[in-house]
Design a protein. Sequence first.
Length: 345
Amino acid sequence: MSVHDNASILVGADITRKTTAIRVVSTMKALTFRSGKLALTDEPKPSDMSEALVRVTMSGICNTDVEIIRGYSGFEGIIGHEFVGIVESSPDGSMDGKRVVGEINAGCGECRLCQAGDPRHCISRSVLGIVSRNGCHSEYLSLPVRNLVEVPEGIPDSRAVFAEPLAAAIAVSERIEIVDGDRIAVVGDGKLGILCAATLGRLSESTVLVGKHESKMAAASQLGIRTILLDDLADSNQIFDVVVEASGSQSGFDTAMRLVRPRGAIVLKSTFQGTPTWEAWRVVVDEISVIGSRCGRLETALRFMTATGIALESLVTETISLDDGVRAISRAQEKDVLKILLDRR
């Protein structure tokens, strides 16, 4: 065999290796919602080199995930937006290897709102697992580096995964001034309602959580939250300066309207599929302020965790493997369930 023949064989082998490499498609497991169907599927691993690639270690099922499956926002793709994970790669390498949580709103970075540091309301934003961006109930996700926040060493994954909903709860006090002595009622004893009551209770001792489920109210009590069952409240004449609606239901809004005092304020935290009906005349006649409140700052939530040592893990009902994600979503909708986490380890 000639030297030329040997060279041809080597070149051919090299081409074969390259061709094989190109044909290998990197995939990952993910919980997806498409065409009205929830399923665990194989999806392409994120490959946008301009963003950070995060290996998700744990994610939390939110009521918004459930509402998306019911038709909220019209989203299709990988669901989920509450997560903690490890950065596998970032464009400049600055975040590689860091344990992070992530802001779910990815703004354009150029508009007036983004330049002012508020991509949460960028008109062109995508939202992790909710609007135009695949979510976190998967093995990997992709986000801009500016969206990532490093988690302090003292906060375990089982607590860090609550950063996004805790930030949303803290955000209530960004939208309305709360002073000690304000009478505050949080309607809804789910995860978000409990977190709202836990954070607002540190601003005003006159904060109470209103709910229907004794087991959930017991869990709230373990966090030092004052509670009252809705049935017990129905027989009283209590009214409140501020009512936070966090039940995710039409009846919750009706309760909030009943409990708020004239010239009081209702803060809406729920996102749910459907068109609610309400007594608009009450808002006018009683001069009630109705305020929307959405996402908060993750840095603030992590500082809150560190400063208070709040035992958020006590809200976890069950931790389920991502492989069993479809069942986990079903489990999250059961009556007495609080938080369901999806684990990859």
